[in-house]
Design a protein. Structure first.
Length: 109
């Protein structure tokens, strides 16, 4: 009986679940914490980015003061220096994500 429910659940999930399109609300990013790069999931909202459900990046929270590829944790990654009132957070993302991030955060020229 449980096998039948599993099969039916799979059929219903495929039929009524999200389409095969990519989920554009998520991506990968690294943040420099405690002296090392830590990987995490990056959520793309309409007005903010949230890294690993911990750190919020938005124009209301701070600003991106610099973008560089110096000391990036991976090839083709860039580092965004994000200044908040109390500190600076380094966020590394793949270069291809800059356009999507620029739609959410104000980026320097």
């Amino acid at each position: 009986m449980s096998v039948l429910l599993e099969i039916l659940g799979g059929v219903f999930a495929e039929a009524f679940g999200p389409s095969g399109e990519e989920d554009h609300s998520r991506g990968d990013g690294d943040v420099f914490l405690d002296g090392e790069w830590q990987e995490g999931e990056l959520f793309f909202g309409p007005t903010k980015l949230i890294w690993a459900e911990q750190i919020v990046f938005s124009d209301a929270e701070g600003r991106v003061e610099q973008i560089t590829d110096h000391d990036a944790p991976h090839p083709n990654f860039v580092v965004l220096r994000f200044r908040r009132p109390s500190d600076v957070v380094l966020l590394a993302v793949h270069r291809r994500e800059l356009k999507r991030i620029g739609a959410i955060l104000t980026l320097p020229l």
